[in-house]
Design a protein around this ligand. Structure first.
Ligand code: DOR
Length: 440
């Protein structure tokens, strides 16, 4: 056969195991998998490299509502540039942008803006508000919408649906799985009074304590069962929630963040100060151990970065005035490859959590696996490449990473989106990103 692109001599990470085989790409799709497939206009020699199914980061805040983002912080172009530099082929962008993605007009504009402004493919969340709660079901079926997002606890921006009654209204509108930031708003507000400006950064995890997260997750779980509406609990951060959620696989799926797997208190606050502050907070080693156990036993469905860029000036303030959120889309895969190198998980489980998992949970069509007929999205990695992460490498306009100075073994060397090489050896090409189609 005659292909547009042949990826040869690599080790494929297929859903059923590793295989020495080539991929033939035609018209953006995987046309064939095997040996001696034929000829192609372009050949990518992947000798000594592993070919992962395209990595999906299902949790990014690119700050761009379709009107250009925040200068010096992020927009869709710089956010997706970081993504492809880090081996990510698809991102799902959160709705706390300006304008907020909470109505049909903004969602349609945000989707149309993807063409010409993204290096990778993009899905968009619709944000729930107390105003759109009863009609949001009509918004979740708009093309490119990956899910409804509910901020049940407040974070950056003013999207908030805090009460059981209002959350239930959202859950009774529409039918797709809903993604939740589940920290309990009432407990957050109550506990906030006990702290003062200038208290140490480690107080972030004391204020937003275990019970804030666990109470929120218990409330969402009860409402999911009551309304029979599937939920996805984002950034689960406590051992207590992970244990509890084992009994809810029928209706609730689970995300953890890289940061909650590789950083812990008090170390992160002592070393990084405000650059360790995010919501929900990074907690002590007991919770990190529980997250790894939940990766091993299958409790966790997806891993995200929660890429949340902020200007240095807004980060470098005393707690709790400092902005909460950490960049991460570019470092997600390299840091996870380092965990593979350390023997914490297999490459197959990584592909399950970072590609197949998000595609399955959100219903992303033709994404999430290397298989004939699927989009030719692959992340090509060198498992032996040793590299030190630095602020200077970042595609994000804000120019910092909490992993500056960390050395990893395992590195993305090429990113291919629908057969287009969008990153090779740190050089970026495009932007060719498109809106993602979801089953709805
Ligand atoms: O730390 C966070 N930052 N958590 C969130 O939920 C939102 C995010 C942001 O947008 O800055």
């Amino acid at each position: 056969m005659n292909f547009d692109l042949l990826i040869q001599n690599g080790t494929l990470v297929l859903p059923w195991g590793l295989a020495q085989a080539d991929i033939g790409v035609s018209q953006g799709c995987i046309a064939a998998i095997g040996k001696n497939l034929g000829v192609a206009k372009e050949v990518f020699d992947a000798t000594n490299l592993h070919i992962l199914p395209g990595i999906i980061d299902p949790h990014v805040h690119f700050r761009d509502g379709g009107k250009g983002g925040i200068p010096g912080v992020e927009d869709l172009l710089s956010g997706t540039k970081g993504a492809v530099l880090g081996g990510v082929t698809s991102v799902f962008d959160m709705p706390n942008t300006n304008p907020a993605a909470v109505d049909a007009e903004t969602l349609n504009a945000k989707r149309d803006y993807i063409n010409g402004h993204a290096y990778c493919d993009v899905g968009i969340y619709v944000g729930a508000t107390t105003d759109n709660a009863d009609t949001i079901g009509t918004l979740e079926t708009i093309e490119a919408v990956c899910a409804i997002k509910v901020f049940a606890g407040s974070s950056t921006g003013n999207l908030l649906v805090a009460s059981d009654a209002d959350i239930e209204r959202v859950m009774r509108s529409g039918r797709r799985r809903i993604a939740f930031h589940s920290e309990d708003e009432y407990r957050l507000q109550e506990r906030r009074k006990a702290f003062s400006s200038g208290d140490g950064y480690e107080n972030h995890a004391i204020w937003r304590d275990i019970e804030c997260a666990f109470l929120g997750t218990r409330r969402i779980s009860a409402l999911a069962r009551k309304t029979n509406r599937p939920a996805h609990i984002l950034h689960v951060s406590t051992a207590e929630e992970l244990d509890y959620l084992k009994g809810f696989h029928d209706i609730i799926s689970v995300e953890v963040l890289l940061n909650h797997l590789v950083q812990s208190a008090p170390d992160v606050y002592e070393r990084l100060g405000a650059y360790g502050v995010m919501n929900p907070p990074i907690r002590d080693a007991r919770h990190v151990a529980a997250a790894w156990a939940a990766i091993a036993d299958g409790t966790i469905d997806t891993i995200g970065s929660d890429h949340a860029p902020h200007a240095r000036a807004n980060k470098e303030k005393p707690w709790p005035d400092c902005a909460a959120g950490l960049t991460g889309v570019q470092t997600l895969l390299p840091m996870m490859l380092e965990q593979v190198h350390q023997g914490k998980l297999s490459l197959l489980r990584l592909a399950d959590l970072m590609s197949a998992g998000p595609a399955r949970i959100y219903g992303a069509v033709n994404k999430g696996r290397i298989a004939a007929g699927y989009d030719a999205d692959v992340s090509i990695v060198d498992l032996n490449h040793i590299e030190t992460i630095s602020n200077e490498q970042m595609g994000s306009q804000c120019g910092w990473t909490p992993f500056d100075g960390i050395t990893v073994t395992g590195w993305p060397v090429a990113t291919i989106v629908r057969g287009n090489i969008v990153m090779r050896e740190g050089e970026v090409f495009g932007p060719i990103g498109k809106p993602i189609h979801f089953n709805s």
